[in-house]
Design a protein around this ligand. Structure first.
Ligand code: SRM
Ligand code: SF4
Length: 562
């Protein structure tokens, strides 16, 4: 590794606070693409340039430029939107995207297939519905996650407000977004980025809040995590976590998935100061030479956790109290109708890989449009790519239940493993994909389900996650079975997550094709079926039975607290 700054640092520095030449790039309608620097800067505005990889070689043969389009990711803290907003999102997808909405593993949504001339109208349209895409991507804080426990509505509301406050607090202050996309007037006297500075962060930064015992957001996989501590039904503060992350590079041991460390407990009044401190320490100490090593997890590894804690305390002018004991029990969603303490009803729907579109067999986009029209309330996107119809009044529950049944949205009869699992986007839009994920996973799951039936383990909900590459967008390194794309039809197999997101999975086999994978799972499921303890999870079994070794991690202590 040389000491030369990564070229992205200069792009940021010379961009006049993220403006670059985005206006000119958009105005140039001769090409479907942006200038090279703008392809980096556009991420801070929430979108990526992509090309349809299914069409690449055909277009190359025809001497055409790749079929360029854009993916835009919104900022939606805690995944909450009104049904009015949903109807706007729906119409934008149909009119300016490729007719699909993709719910993501960070509780927001993406549009794919946006052509260049539609970018500005699209951004304007979502902003008219009070949704923006600032920091959807880029080297800043990303969408702030907050768990969507329908059972705990009063607490959820309070904690969700913190997710919103953190999201607002960590937003870049540049007016570039408003000027370029919303025709906002420049503010006289220039501007500054008091927290981020001219070169923003060395890399993306992710924050999540969680209310135990449900760890649907996989809080330990975030750069910064807040674990709500509740006493007598009141929020009294948060355990703060820092330094989690999933992304790795195959066969490069200097990169690794990591679970966050405990920094200690704080009262709510210190949340924003601690968030600022963690962000600015990462800003000043993160690696700006190698983007592969630029996440906070590597900064903490090189500073040492104790030094990092001291630095946060000094910067935020606080003293961490001892981490409070908590217990997590699951990382998946809880499906079906649940009534809140305030008597409102919530229905969690399984959305296969978060993809919402109309196909010849399933008019999911239309069905959710019908639900949104019938429900004057909220939708909540979960961090497992699912959708909650939230806050249905008691006297409306019956008619909503009839509607979702009529529309076939209940997905009854799906296996426990299927509804606990997820896959990343991968092909054809993701430029990083080495193997299929979203398009392949449903078929693979059928084969896995046959095995679970053969071995009588259908009562076990096994968290299985597939990604097309080791960036880990569906958090496979905390799954009980993680498949990580290596090449076309080939995956590395990870085992040993604990079903609550508190233990890293371990590499078990490399370069598995489907045939080998099914053979290996057949044997493992056979052993699990014969030797499991009552209620023992598959991931726990693979550790106890010596299939893989438990990966020591800082979050382990949490799990043992009863
Ligand atoms: Fe991701 C990059 C999709 C959650 C780690 N991720 C990408 C890109 C933008 C590919 C690219 O670099 O051009 C993918 C776009 C695919 C497409 O066509 O839509 C992409 N990531 C996704 C989503 C849509 C996956 C999904 O199926 O839902 C998720 C959107 C989240 C959001 O709404 O903000 C998504 N990505 C994650 C997560 C999970 C999480 O954050 O909880 C991770 C692992 C956690 C982490 O960050 O460590 C993740 N994505 C990455 C990385 C590796 C980062 C690293 O530290 O090495 C990349 C590559 C990069 O940043 O260079 C990446
Ligand atoms: Fe793309 Fe890799 Fe993320 Fe999947 S894990 S969406 S293949 S970057």
């Amino acid at each position: 590794m040389g000491n030369k700054l990564n070229p992205n640092e200069l792009i940021k520095l010379n961009s006049q606070y993220l403006r670059g030449t985005l206006r000119e790039s958009i105005a140039d309608q001769l090409s479907g693409t942006l200038s090279p620097d703008d392809t980096q800067l556009c991420k801070f505005h929430g979108f990526y340039e992509q090309d349809d990889r299914d069409l690449r070689s055909e277009r190359r043969q025809q001497l055409l430029e790749p079929y360029y389009s854009f993916m835009l990711r919104a900022r939606l803290p805690g995944g909450v939107c009104t049904t009015q907003q949903w109807l706007a999102i729906d119409s934008v997808a149909r009119e300016l995207g490729n007719g699909s909405i993709r719910l993501t593993t960070r509780q927001t949504f993406q549009f794919h297939g946006i052509i260049k001339k539609n970018l500005k109208p699209l951004i304007k349209r979502i902003n008219q519905s009070m949704i923006d895409s600032i920091g959807g991507c880029g080297d800043v804080n990303r969408n702030v996650m907050c768990n969507s426990n329908p059972e705990q509505s009063a607490l959820h509301t309070e904690v969700y407000q913190w997710a919103n406050k953190i999201s607002e607090h960590l937003l870049p202050k540049t007016r570039a977004y408003h000027e370029i996309w919303l025709d906002g007037k420049p503010i006289a006297g220039g501007e500054s980025e008091p927290m981020y500075g001219e070169t923003y962060l060395p890399r993306k930064f992710k924050t999540a809040i969680v209310i135990p015992p449900v760890n649907d957001v996989d809080v330990h996989t975030n750069d910064l995590g807040f674990v709500a501590i509740v006493k007598d039904d009141q929020l009294i503060g948060f355990n703060v976590l820092a330094g989690g992350g999933m992304g790795t590079t195959h066969d490069d041991a200097s990169t690794f998935p990591r679970l966050a460390d405990d920094l200690g407990f704080i009262t709510p009044d210190h949340v924003l100061a601690v968030a600022t401190a963690v962000v600015t320490i990462q800003r000043d100490n993160g690696n700006r030479v190698s983007r592969r090593h630029a996440r906070l997890k590597y900064t903490i590894e090189s500073m040492g956790v104790e030094n990092f804690i001291k630095a946060v305390e000094a910067q935020a002018e606080i003293k961490f109290e001892k981490t409070r004991p908590v217990k997590f029990t699951s990382q998946g969603d809880h499906y079906g109708w649940v009534q809140n303490a305030d008597k409102k009803w919530n229905l969690t729907l399984y959305i296969e890989n978060g993809r919402i579109e109309n196909t010849p067999d399933n008019k999911l986009l239309d069905s959710l449009n019908d639900v949104a029209k019938a429900h004057a309330g909220e939708f909540r996107i979960t961090s497992n790519q699912n959708l909650i119809i939230a806050n249905v009044a008691d006297n409306k529950k019956k008619s909503m239940d009839a509607l979702v049944k009529e529309l076939g949205l209940l997905n009854e009869g799906l296996s426990l493993t299927r509804i606990a699992s997820m896959a990343c986007v991968a092909l054809p839009t993701c430029p990083q994909a080495m193997a299929e994920a979203e398009r392949y996973f449903p078929d693979l799951l059928e084969k896995v389900e046959e095995l679970t039936k053969r071995h009588n383990i259908t009562d076990s909900s096994i968290v299985m996650r597939v990604t097309g590459c080791p960036n880990g967008c569906a958090r496979p390194f905390v799954a009980e079975i993680g498949l990580v794309g290596k090449g076309p039809g080939s995956y590395n197999l990870y085992l040993g997550g604990d079903g609550s997101g508190l233990r890293l999975a371990t590499l078990y086999r490399k370069n598995m094709n489907e045939e080998n994978l099914i053979k290996v799972l057949d044997e493992l499921f056979k052993q699990y079926s014969s030797h499991r303890f009552l209620g023992e999870r598959f991931g726990d079994f693979t550790i106890r039975h010596g299939v893989v070794e438990a990966v020591t991690n800082p979050a382990k202590g949490y799990h043992d607290v009863s």
